[in-house]
Design a protein around this ligand. Structure first.
Ligand SMILES: N[C@@H](CCC(=O)N[C@@H](CS)C(=O)NCC(=O)O)C(=O)O
Length: 217
């Protein structure tokens, strides 16, 4: 059955792989599932046709037959559940990998998004100078904990899983801040994720659409 995802017609990051379709592409590449992409403009994302797929008018969405999904956590979980390669067979290991997916999205991503907002969207606000160090401290505090847990391991819990895919995707958004490099094991962890052939194919596919468009974020 054909799988179709949506992505930005023109990504604000100019193709650095930070738009969230990249994590869905990555998951599909890891399990060897071909897919099609429908590109949407910012305007079209807020039109009824797209809102029927995504109530918040965002990308990515995922369509497979009469199933339509939104939210990357749900989409990646769906892919990982249906096809081998992203979740362990052992029930407990599987539950832990899913826990890491939630941790990436619920515990690690929020302070990172706060930082992205503070740096990029609130750069001209009078409170920026006071707020930025507070937000950065919250990010460092989370990374310190994550770094301690990862230690010298390659991945968060044994073999690479959907939990790592989501965590690496979330951490990638920090790279331009320089904070990731303060935690060498996390920087190496992210590099390991990016070195995976499936990630490279996902990155190249979204880059092919966006290359040459100047980044706005
Ligand atoms: N929690 C959602 C977030 C989706 C999201 O923020 N998508 C961004 C692109 S990475 C978007 O569509 N932004 C445009 C907008 O919100 O208007 C998910 O993980 O899928």
């Amino acid at each position: 059955m054909t799988i179709t995802i949506t992505a930005f017609e023109r990504s604000p990051d100019g193709g650095k792989g930070l738009a969230r379709d990249t994590r869905v592409r990555w998951a599909l590449e890891e399990v060897g599932q071909p897919y099609e992409v429908r590109l949407v403009s910012f305007g079209a994302m807020k039109e009824p046709a797209h809102l029927a797929l995504h109530p918040f008018g965002q990308i990515p969405t995922y369509e497979e037959g009469d199933l339509a999904l939104f939210e990357t956590g749900s989409i990646v979980f769906h892919i990982a559940e249906r096809q081998a390669g992203l979740l362990p067979d052992d029930a407990n290991a599987r539950a832990r990998a899913i826990t890491w997916m939630f941790a990436a999205l619920n515990t690690v991503e929020p302070p990172i998004l706060e930082l992205v907002t503070a740096r990029l969207l609130e750069g001209d606000k009078p409170w920026r100078e006071e707020r930025l160090p507070l937000v950065e401290a919250r990010v460092r505090s989370r990374l310190k904990q994550l770094s301690a847990r990862l230690g010298d391991s390659d991945w968060l819990d044994g073999a690479f899983s959907a939990g790592d895919l989501m965590m690496v995707s979330v951490l990638l958004r920090l790279r331009s801040s320089g904070i990731l490099d303060e935690f060498p094991n996390l920087a190496a962890y992210v590099a390991r994720g990016e070195a995976r052939p499936a990630y490279k194919r996902a990155f190249a596919a979204q880059w092919a659409i966006n290359a040459g468009t100047p980044p706005t974020g």
